[in-house]
Design a protein around this ligand. Structure first.
Ligand code: G6P
Ligand code: MN
Length: 449
């Protein structure tokens, strides 16, 4: 099975490679000849980054000592796509320079500037969607049988736009979006209850970076009320610390960490504006130190220490705004989205059934949304792909936000497909975290979009 990674020179690619190495080692231990992926093709528009990550992977493989996929790299998109069974898309259009602009332009207007949420997420979407759509068209042309796993942010709208291209060409539902935040939340909540995360069922629903865990069922019993009623256990993990036990009890659900930008918007914006550097500025500096400084030898160690620093500083402004606390060491290891991607590939390639929280078309899961609207819910995965499991009824406050943000995503997709400036303005101005149409107009003008 051949896996093509778009954004193959990206910093998180060694996480995917590690998951494939572990899978190959497991296969070897059980007498199978190989893991699910035997060939890894890395594509990037930047040859230097491809070479750098290629060196990290070579060291990572040496250190592992075991079997693993053959790796090759190319800057030619069609060549990378041809013959792929899976296409994993993790690109960053505009690089960290673009991310910094997406943050600064809204922040200068006093509203949240963030990679995927609020005006920043819309700007990032407006820049990324045309590229993602073009990639989907190339996939349809040269790899029509491939499954597409999308990690490119803003993952909800990008998954929806790419999925539409393949559906319109009669290729079925072949684009599945992934994120590590929901699985992280579910696992942390289960562990706080002293429950093995793999033995629980999670009633999670929302859009990407906008979802809630409403029930956590173990052996037929919902254990979430017990957790909500225990402030000490609740505040023992990230989401509890971020939102506070009082608000979580009041809400009656556990929100995705990205809801902090909604529920504590003022505090989050003040914290981001007060910081010396935005996340994008911090990463721009950190990542160029890594890519530019990679010498001969020590590549894997340099990558690992950079990765660790990146994890340790994740959502630093939100943590500062909620009392200032450090992340747990068990949350710094990675093993989030790369494991989701591997499990998904195994399900499709080998028919290993399972349940994963993924971004897929709604079908009938949330009746208030149309069938093609991409939502983030637990899905049954197997050789036929991913099918959303029907969640319990969505509370009005949750549904209201989902509908508002879905309208924003749809306007951004329309702007990308048609080039319409009014659609772009609609996307920005209708976002619940943009508090004035004038602000939206100025953000659009200054973004250069
Ligand atoms: C989480 C989210 C991703 C997002 C990333 C940002 O993993 O689920 O969608 O891209 O955080 O992390 P960063 O280190 O780039 O700020
Ligand atoms: Mn995500």
């Amino acid at each position: 099975m051949r896996l093509t990674v778009l954004g193959g020179g990206g910093f998180r690619v060694p996480l995917v490679h590690r998951a494939l190495l572990d899978d190959a080692a497991r296969a070897a231990a059980t007498g199978d000849s190989a893991g699910v992926c035997t060939e890894l093709v890395l594509h990037d528009t930047d040859r230097g980054r491809l070479d750098a990550i290629g060196r990290v992977l070579a060291r990572q493989r040496e250190a592992g000592g075991g079997p693993g996929p053959a790796v090759r790299a190319t800057t030619d998109l069609d060549e990378a796509l041809c013959g792929a069974d899976f296409v994993f898309s993790a690109i960053r259009v505009g690089g960290l320079e673009g991310r910094t602009r997406d943050e600064r332009v809204p922040l200068d207007e006093g509203v949240l500037g963030q990679e995927t949420v609020g005006a920043g997420g819309v700007l990032y979407g407006l820049r990324t969607l045309p590229v993602a759509i073009r990639i989907a068209e190339r996939i349809a042309a040269v790899a029509p049988d491939a499954w597409v796993i999308n990690f490119t942010n803003p993952a909800g709208m990008v998954t929806e736009a790419m999925g539409r291209v393949l559906r319109e060409r009669g290729l079925g539902e072949r684009v599945i979006g992934i994120c590590d935040s929901p699985v992280g939340l579910c696992r942390r909540a289960a562990r706080a209850l002293g429950v093995d995360p793999d033995t629980a069922d999670y009633d999670y629903v929302g859009l990407n970076h906008l979802g809630w865990l409403r029930h956590l069922t173990v052996a037929g019993r919902d254990r979430l009320p017990e957790l909500l009623g225990d402030p000490a256990r609740l505040e023992s993990f990230e989401e509890g610390k971020l939102f506070g036990a009082d608000w979580l009890r009041t809400l009656g659900a556990l929100p995705n960490e990205y809801l902090h930008y909604y529920y504590f918007n003022r505090e989050a914006v003040a914290s981001v504006r007060g910081a010396a550097a935005t996340r994008g500025e911090f990463l721009r500096e950190q990542q160029s130190r890594f890519y530019d400084g990679l010498g001969e030898g020590g590549e894997f160690e340099a990558w690992e220490s950079t990765r660790r620093e990146r994890e340790e500083t994740y959502m630093a402004e939100s943590r500062a705004a909620s009392g200032g606390w450090e992340r747990d060491s068990c949350d710094l290891d990675g093993g989030g989205y790369d494991q989701v991607a591997l499990t998904l590939m195994r399900a499709i390639a080998r028919g290993e059934r399972g349940t994963l929280i993924l971004n897929v078309p709604n079908r009938t899961a949330v009746p208030a949304l149309d069938a093609d609207a991409v939502i983030e819910v637990p899905c049954l995965v197997d050789a036929a792909g991913a099918r959303p499991l029907a969640p319990t009824a969505v509370a009005p406050d949750q549904l209201g936000l989902m509908l508002s943000v879905k309208a924003v995503e749809r306007a951004a997709i329309e702007a990308a497909v048609t080039g319409s400036r009014t659609a772009a303005l609609r996307a920005l101005a209708l976002h619940p975290l943009v508090d004035s149409v004038r602000v939206a107009q100025r953000i659009l003008e200054r973004s250069g979009a």
